[in-house]
Ligand binder design. Structure first.
Ligand SMILES: [Mg+2]
Length: 433
């Protein structure tokens, strides 16, 4: 989209731009650039030291130049004099192959070369905590089954409605908000869009929810499992594949209204589930949400095994309606770009390999999962997921070797940081060995 950013600044009253890129761990890094300098920045990019972000670089590497995508411009609804721009990092005159937004663009281009466009919608769950992050902010939010709690939702009306109004202003098609299954937990929904648009909105949503919560003296967190006894924060993704304006997953004659193409896509996602976890469940904490014991509300709502079903929330994949499926594995820590890129790459592999997802399971996996003896279990920790990803030739090839190497290196360092902790549990259980 050809947008003259200097002209847009004059027309819309923008005095500053945030030129923002998202690193491998999903952290947004930005330079705040006055409108007077935006024309040059739009051409040459804003300079960053890559090593200072979560990128696999060294202090000796040249500057990363983040070149803004003018089509991604969003005026901060809570501070409209600032315009946010998603940017793509370049170094030494070449795109940075490990940069997550560029990884998604590459996979989307591979899909486009075959005539496909992935449409996706994300369901962001998050907690509103007291500003120090230690406890939920609302002491009255204590129901054992707090999901859809009207009073608890309305006690947070000022924050939730401000975020929702912002999404309406931005034209995202926001359509519902609720209190979720954990005390202090909320979810806000907006419409599906092409994967890159959804990913840009997803990173912006996280920034916006945190910023607006902060304005209200609260702290929004997307941490997958901030409290062991409460349901964790997932990030369910609804997926369909489109060709020339037609939903190629829709087929009235297919089982549950899903086409053969849709089932091959699901077959790919299932075949690569363990490896995908490295992207969709990218933190040490992620594995305390999946494979978790039952929470206070009665269910974790997170999958434990690689299975799919109809309109049944106990499976990794749910087919809730004609022409789309829901991937329920991902969590709030997933890098929005890598989440979309990983799913699309796995799905395309499923299509090219005509992968069969096997029979649908119409059982409650929480109570009868043990009866399914041939279902693969999800990885128990980040290291297992990273090893599965490192061993997945199709995903590595689709996402790019340079990205895969950088990601595994950085996340494995993260694992070693964790493994290097000496915990109170170890002392308690091992001191008298
Ligand atoms: Mg939910």
């Amino acid at each position: 989209m050809a947008i003259d950013l200097a002209a847009a600044a004059r027309e819309r009253g923008i005095t500053y731009f945030l030129i923002s890129f998202t690193d491998l761990f999903g952290t947004q890094r930005a330079k705040l650039v006055p409108a007077a300098a935006i024309a040059e920045m739009a051409r040459a990019g804003a300079g960053f030291a890559g090593f200072a972000a979560w990128l696999d670089m060294t202090p000796a590497d040249p500057d990363v130049m983040a070149i803004p995508d003018p089509g991604s411009l969003i005026q901060l609804p809570w501070k409209p004099e600032v315009g946010w721009l998603a940017a793509d990092p370049w170094m030494a005159g070449k795109p940075v192959a490990q940069a997550p937004r560029l990884v998604l663009k590459r996979v989307a281009e591979a899909a486009a070369a075959q005539g496909w466009e992935m449409q996706s919608g994300v369901e962001c769950e998050f907690f509103l905590l007291a500003s120090d992050g230690t406890a939920i902010a609302d002491p009255a939010d204590r129901q054992k089954k707090p999901c859809y709690d009207q009073s608890a939702l309305m006690r947070r009306y000022d924050v939730i409605s401000e975020i929702c109004d912002a999404m309406l202003t931005l034209g995202w098609g926001a359509y519902q908000n609720d209190h979720e299954d954990a005390n202090g937990q909320f979810e806000m929904n907006w419409c599906h869009a092409p994967a890159l648009v959804t990913a840009d909105r997803h990173v912006f949503f996280k920034f916006m929810a945190k910023s607006i919560a902060e304005k209200h003296g609260l702290r929004a967190t997307f941490m997958p499992k901030p409290f062991l006894d409460l349901t964790g924060s997932g990030c369910h993704v609804h997926i369909s594949l489109w060709q020339q304006g037609r939903n190629a997953f829709a087929d009235a004659a297919g089982a549950l209204g899903l086409s053969q193409l849709g089932y091959h896509f699901i077959g790919g996602v299932m075949a690569h589930a363990e490896a995908l976890c490295a992207l969709t469940n990218p933190t040490v904490n992620s594995y305390k949400r999946i494979n978790a014991p039952v929470t206070a509300s009665g269910a974790t709502w997170a999958p434990n095994a690689v299975t799919y079903g109809g309109n049944n929330r106990t499976h990794m994949i749910r087919i809730p309606d004609d022409g789309r499926f829901e991937f329920r594995l991902a969590d709030g820590a997933a890098n929005p770009y890598l989440l979309q890129a990983g799913l699309l790459a796995a799905g395309l592999d499923g299509i090219s390999g005509r992968r069969d997802p096997g029979p649908r399971l119409d059982i409650n996996m929480y109570t009868h999962g043990h009866t399914v003896t041939d279902a693969r279990r999800l990885p128990l920790n980040l290291l297992d997921a990273l090893r599965a990803f490192a061993a997945s030739a199709p995903l590595r090839a689709a996402l790019g070797e340079e990205f895969a190497r950088a990601y595994v290196t950085m996340r494995t360092q993260d694992w070693h940081d964790y493994a290097g902790q000496l915990t109170a549990w170890e002392r308690e259980t091992t001191l008298d060995c």
